[in-house]
Design a protein. Structure first.
Length: 146
């Protein structure tokens, strides 16, 4: 009888642990390098954010990001982004897109976001080699819809 109780308690603890792990790992994170293939048509509207290190723009039509390095400092420029489910305000996907081409080089990345979801992004400097984002260089978050 005592062994059955212990097994029940341990089984409950294991299930609770699995639920916690499952919820914590629900956010999908991606790290990608942008490339030099721009969007094929002129954008009708862009949502942009910039600071002293660079500029990042999001084009809703086609879910494109554009990133430019605007500081000769030896660091890569990146856009950090997060896709938020509007009903619960929960972050579902997030990631970074890196421009490693250098000063004044434009780079692009096409994504696939759920239409109507909230998209937040900011531009930062970082170290591509170890994927370290230098938080002190980041702009404010820009909020738009995908």
């Amino acid at each position: 009888m005592r062994i059955a109780r212990i097994a029940t308690v341990l089984g409950g603890m294991a299930a609770a642990t699995m639920l916690t792990i499952g919820n914590a790992s629900a956010v999908i994170f991606s790290v990608e390098e942008a490339d030099d293939a721009p969007w094929s048509t002129s954008p009708t509207s862009l949502s942009c954010v910039n600071n002293s290190v660079g500029k990042a723009c999001f084009r809703k039509d086609g879910d494109w990001f554009e990133i430019v390095d605007e500081k000769k400092d030896g660091h890569a420029t990146l856009v950090a982004w997060r896709s938020i489910y509007p009903e619960s305000q929960a972050t579902i996907r997030q990631g970074t897109i890196w421009n490693t081409a250098g000063y004044q080089k434009y780079r692009y990345k096409n994504k696939d976001f759920k239409a109507g979801w909230i998209l937040e992004f900011r531009v930062c400097a970082g170290e591509w080699g170890n994927k370290h984002v230098i938080d002190s260089t980041c702009s404010r978050w820009k909020t738009t819809k995908s």
